[in-house]
Design a protein. Structure first.
Length: 278
């Protein structure tokens, strides 16, 4: 399939079925231009085939780690109906805007954030929008938001392979994605859905991060795998992907997120992902 093609059946096509597709020889879709007051060197998507695996946690962890490494970093919260990034960093709207666009809001450590919650009068109000409207909002986070000069923009995407991931893959110059998963046996299904969509859209998969891998007993230090044994190495080997880290449940990090102090945390379990991005 042509990279980022306009094939109307992209959600169901395969390499074989695309051979006879009328869109096969269509020119690739050009990414939308970023806001004229912004310069973004690398765009990294954080994805998963299902919800509840901690994409926002991994996104925020990577952003904080790269900021600690001295890079200019931003987070685009593309999970329009379930935004959580602002709360993790203790950010509240309204975001400041001018005729040139809306400014991404900096956290205390300098990570710049844009989220629908920073644009709403009531951040607890539900966002009840249809898919095309949500996709349009995400696109505007790229074209209308003033990010300034960034080395890395991390895009926290909603679960699945629907409108928002499709919009991001087609409208933003995504340099690669990181897949987030959990230890359950259905990990293979989760990872493969995200992997196959990225492959069909011509987006490189950089690696996999497993979340909720285990919890350490506070008394004896024993690792307890409450969600079952890990299967991420098996699927990573099958798809020739790197495992960037296996993150345990850590009550201290969870508390920091709840209290809006995520910029203070250090997550040593994603060191391999940080090294790869650098």
């Amino acid at each position: 399939m042509s990279e980022k093609s306009t094939c109307s059946s992209a959600s169901t096509c395969t390499k074989e079925s695309c051979e006879g597709c009328t869109s096969k020889n269509t020119s690739p879709i050009e990414a939308e231009p970023v806001n004229r007051l912004s310069s973004v060197k690398k765009v990294i998507g954080i994805v998963s085939g299902k919800g509840g695996v901690g994409k926002s946690f991994v996104t925020a962890s990577l952003a904080v780690a790269m900021r600690q490494a001295g890079f200019e970093v931003g987070i685009m919260d593309a999970d329009i109906t379930g935004p959580s990034i602002p709360k993790m960093f203790g950010l509240h709207g309204p975001a400041y805007g001018t005729d040139d666009g809306m400014y991404a809001m900096p956290a205390d450590n300098g990570v710049k954030v844009m989220s629908i919650n920073l644009l709403m009068d009531d951040e607890e109000a539900p966002v009840i929008w249809r898919g095309p409207v949500i996709g349009g909002a995400v696109k505007q986070f790229w074209t209308d938001v003033i990010w300034g000069d960034l080395d890395y923009l991390f895009v926290d995407m909603p679960p699945g392979t629907g409108d928002v991931p499709l919009t991001v893959f087609q409208s933003l110059p995504v340099d690669g994605i990181i897949i987030v998963t959990s230890p359950q046996e259905l990990v293979q299904l989760i990872v493969k859905k995200a992997y196959n969509m990225a492959e069909m859209m011509g987006i490189p998969v950089l690696g996999i991060v497993e979340n909720f891998s285990y919890i350490k007993c506070p008394d004896c230090g024993k690792e307890m795998r409450i969600f079952g044994e890990s299967h991420v190495d098996e699927v990573a080997n099958e798809l020739s992907l790197k495992v960037f880290g296996k993150i345990p449940l850590d009550p201290k990090i969870a508390k920091a997120a709840d209290e809006g102090r995520f910029h203070e945390i250090e997550n040593p379990y994603i060191a391999a992902a940080v090294d790869a991005l650098r």
